[in-house]
Design a protein around this ligand. Structure first.
Ligand SMILES: [Zn+2]
Length: 157
């Protein structure tokens, strides 16, 4: 289970909208609670280091980014507990690419960004056999389920 405070969730949504039509990505910093699992306390945006041509659909966190995120977490007395990225115009479900590049234990938060507006947000963890992602429950989950899609043409400012 992961606890994602509204503030962190809003920040991830905003990152996704800012990066659109590219993917955004970043690290989840926080800690552990015996009862509720991971607790996100801060997010750390990471520059998308994929090749420019692929940036719109391939988030990549390089080894340098990874180390920087761990250092940043330590400096704030937190742990690196996962990563987030956006899916521009795709559902908030992990792709095969995501699974290939995932690591066990960490949480992977995905936010769908449709036409520039953040919509569904989900969290995933790798199964023990690394064969698939398991949807991770969230204890402040009122926003975790994909909200009803707004009808096309509703372009609120
Ligand atoms: Zn993805």
């Amino acid at each position: 289970m992961i606890s994602l405070p509204d503030e962190a969730e809003l920040a991830i949504r905003a990152e996704g909208e800012r990066a659109y039509p590219d993917e955004c990505c970043g690290a989840l910093l926080g800690g552990f609670d015996g009862e509720s699992g991971k607790i996100v306390k801060a997010i750390l945006p990471i520059g998308n280091s994929s090749e420019t041509a692929e940036r719109f659909h391939r988030f990549t966190i390089g080894p340098g980014d990874f180390m920087r995120a761990e250092r940043e977490a330590k400096a704030r007395n937190m742990d690196l507990i996962g990563f987030y990225h956006s899916h521009p115009d795709h559902p908030a479900e992990p792709s095969d690419y995501d699974l290939e590049h995932a690591l066990p234990f960490y949480s992977y938060v995905i936010v769908a960004v449709e036409q520039g507006a953040a919509s569904g947000l989900t969290s995933w963890e790798m199964s023990a056999d690394r064969a698939r992602f398991l949807r991770e429950s969230q204890n402040q989950g009122q926003n975790l389920e994909a909200p009803p899609r707004t009808p096309q043409g509703d372009q609120s400012p």
